[in-house]
Ligand binder design. Structure first.
Ligand code: HPA
Ligand code: ZN
Length: 340
């Protein structure tokens, strides 16, 4: 298949996005617009200069800039605009279902109310479903570089909005902040009925994935690249079909891999892992879902059948109700069968 064919095939392939941080969809153009309307000066004179700063040697260098960008988000309208812009992007890319992370502590720690953040996001999600037909779920992440106590407080702040949040996750600086640090928070979240997931094995070792499974009882692993270092762990992830939400362009930009051709997605699928492809922080890493699919397909050599499997996996790994999940898997198969 030519590159143009591959591009067209991916463009209309129905997909679910399961690993995206809403703060990571903050495009520089919107950042400047919102900063201006809030009377905040950015440290960069223009979009081009800001974009030139998007060069990272590791996760921490990225996070330092990512938190600065998020500082201009103040009002409910800001969170609404941010989320709405992302949903329009989904619509353009045939992403029909999106499970979106938000980081309340990034905002509450600088005096923005939890209520402001979640109401802005929620209003956009309702509108996105109504006007664009995109189904969504919202997932609250705890910042792992902060304390257990701060995560506990955040879980308490979420209680009035329980029905708007499907699950909880764990993100930010991985090394030195193992899942075990949040065992009690996840115990409580489990009792409250949240779905559980955690970033693990992005920069951290395979043992962090093991901890996420055994101590936090997660049903999904975000990234999980390093599982390949531990054959027994791989065996368990395969047996239990625990999804791994991979983010190839993120891995490349954060130097988790040296070259996109080194990305382990194909190896993982061949071993029977339930691997999926997502965008993580698309405004920072140079691509949304379709760019992640296309560039990985070209670099690793994924054919249409593998892309079909990735799209099917994205629905399998989602928190959609069973009937809708099955319906989308049928539609993916129909699309692929009918494709010339
Ligand atoms: N890893 C950890 N934390 C994050 C990431 C990531 O890739 N993106 C946004 N927060
Ligand atoms: Zn992530």
């Amino acid at each position: 298949m030519s590159n143009d064919d591959l591009t067209a095939f991916i463009q209309h392939l129905p997909k679910a996005e399961l690993h995206v941080h809403i703060e990571g969809t903050f495009e520089p153009e919107w950042m400047f617009r919102i900063a201006e309307r809030n009377g905040i000066a950015l440290d960069f004179p223009d979009v081009e200069t800001l974009k030139r700063a998007y060069r990272f040697n590791n996760l921490q260098e990225f996070l330092d800039i990512y938190y600065i960008g998020a500082n201009v988000l103040i009002t409910e309208e800001d969170f609404y605009d941010l989320t709405m812009a992302y949903l329009r992007k989904c619509h353009e890319q045939t992403v029909v279902h999106a499970e979106i992370f938000f980081d309340p502590q990034t905002h509450t720690d600088r005096g923005v109310a939890f209520d402001t953040v979640i109401r802005g996001i929620r209003r956009a999600l309702e509108e996105g479903e109504r006007r664009l037909g995109i189904t969504t779920r919202l997932i609250m992440c705890f910042l792992r570089h902060l304390t257990e106590e701060s995560a506990m407080e955040t879980l308490a702040q979420a209680r009035p909005y329980r029905e708007w949040i499907i699950g909880v996750g764990l993100d930010s600086s991985e090394l030195g902040h193992p899942p075990s640090k949040f065992q009690r928070v996840f115990d409580l979240a489990r009792q409250e009925g949240y779905a559980l997931m955690a970033h693990a094995g992005e920069e951290g070792p395979a043992s962090y994935i093991r901890e996420a499974l055994d101590l936090l009882h997660v049903s999904r692993i975000d990234h999980g690249n390093r599982c390949l270092d531990d054959p027994a762990l791989v065996e368990e992830l395969v047996a239990r079909q625990i999804p791994l939400t991979l983010c190839p362009l993120s891995n490349l930009e954060l130097k988790v891999i040296r070259d996109l051709s080194d990305h382990p997605v194909k190896i993982m699928l061949d071993r029977g892992l339930l691997a999926t492809i997502h965008s993580d922080d698309p405004a920072y890493f140079g691509g949304y879902m379709n760019e992640n699919y296309l560039q990985t397909a070209l670099a690793v050599g994924l054919d249409r059948e593998v892309l079909r499997r990735l799209a099917v996996n994205s629905f399998k790994a989602s928190f959609l109700a069973d009937d809708l999940r099955e319906e989308w898997i049928r539609r993916v198969d129909q699309y692929c069968e009918a494709y010339p």
